[in-house]
Design a protein around this ligand. Structure first.
Ligand code: NDP
Ligand code: OXD
Length: 307
């Protein structure tokens, strides 16, 4: 039997090599070179072409190559009854924590302003707010870790999720009213929600109007969480005053997009947390073995919930 990588436009060599290191005899195929379609037991995907699973009669499990599964669940031809799983990996969590904490601290302490002042040899301290408040949207594997890390360095942290959570030193909240009430109190808002019908466009004009003047928005989840035109208007009003954006509705961000040159926007190219092939290969091979032995699988996604 075989494992099929369906990751068009991505360099599959590192993951193929990592899979072979993790399991030397594994038959790894790279789409569109499927080999014998009747032998494909597992597919690992990132932005797969719809319909690519149609003629794989032995397919037992589909894994996202990342933490997000929106790219999979939006496929109307996803085979019914084949479980979808996702990557949950300590390196992915650690990288996201470093990125989020680093960005919040760099913004709060004005490091970018110093960089500009350095060009003019200006020895001028940047005043900063003593208020270390942060709100994390999504308290799952990534958001939960970011909330804990911010709390661990002394931030006053609130978090928002779909179902109630208990995280030490984090005020965990649920429901739209709680979200609207928490926003004006937060100096930094970090979005780590999955992209689902319920969260698409959630950061729109109405919610952005609740942001505190002078605050920072970090979108590290998916571009479609933010209504980009509403954000540009909100930045003009200074609430939020700055946006740190790693993900965009259209990726790569087109050269003419206003975010590139906006003085209040920091752009990074979807790198907050990158899947590490060696680390993830171990999990993928474990999933493959479960497919061989008839499951049960770990980190299974609920298509009805959307994550
Ligand atoms: P999880 O599924 O572990 O966590 C999702 C969290 O969001 C949960 O706390 C969940 O609530 C909450 N949530 C879901 N729907 C709602 C809703 N409607 N209202 C309120 N809260 C909601 O996801 P991860 O933490 O692993 O990943 C989050 C996202 O980060 C991924 O989906 C992906 O899009 C993005 N990502 C971005 C990367 C980057 O490099 N920029 C890298 C990796 C991931 P509950 O706990 O109640 O279920
Ligand atoms: C992911 C991502 O979902 O990289 O893992 O965005």
């Amino acid at each position: 039997m075989s494992l099929l990588l369906v990751m068009p436009g991505r360099d599959t060599e590192p993951v193929r090599d990592a899979l072979r290191r993790a399991s030397p005899g594994l038959d790894v195929r790279v789409w569109p070179d499927v080999g014998d379609p009747a032998r494909v037991l597992m597919a690992v995907t990132w932005n797969h072409p719809p319909g690519c699973f149609d003629a794989l009669p032995a397919l037992r499990v589909i894994s996202s190559y990342g933490a997000g599964v929106d790219h999979l669940l939006r496929d109307p031809r996803l085979p019914a009854g084949v479980p979808v799983v996702r990557v949950v990996d300590p390196n992915l969590v650690q990288d996201m924590v470093e990125y989020a904490v680093g960005a919040v601290c760099a913004w709060r302490r004005g490091f970018e302003v110093y960089r500009q002042r350095q060009q003019r040899a200006e020895w001028v301290p940047v005043p900063y707010d003593r208020d270390r408040s942060a709100l994390v949207l999504g308290l799952g594997e990534l958001g939960g870790a970011v909330a804990r890390a911010l709390a661990g360095i002394g931030f006053d942290v609130s978090g928002w999720s779909r179902t109630p959570k208990a995280i030490r030193d984090v005020r965990c909240q649920v429901g739209r009213d709680a979200l609207e009430a928490a926003l004006p109190a937060a100096a930094a808002v970090v979005c780590l929600l999955p992209l689902t019908p319920a969260t698409e466009g959630i950061l729109d004009r109405r919610l952005l109007a609740r942001f505190r003047p002078g605050s920072l928005l970090l979108n590290l989840a998916r571009g479609a969480h933010v209504v980009e035109s509403d954000l540009l208007e909100a930045l003009d009003r200074g609430r939020p005053a700055a946006a740190w954006m790693d993900v965009f509705a259209d990726e790569p961000l087109p050269p003419e997009h206003p975010f590139w040159r906006h003085p209040a926007v920091t752009v990074t190219p979807h790198v907050a947390s990158l899947t590490d092939p060696d680390s993830v290969a171990v999990q993928l091979v474990a999933t493959y073995r479960r497919a061989e032995s008839g499951g049960p699988f770990r980190h299974v996604v609920d298509p009805a919930r959307g994550y």
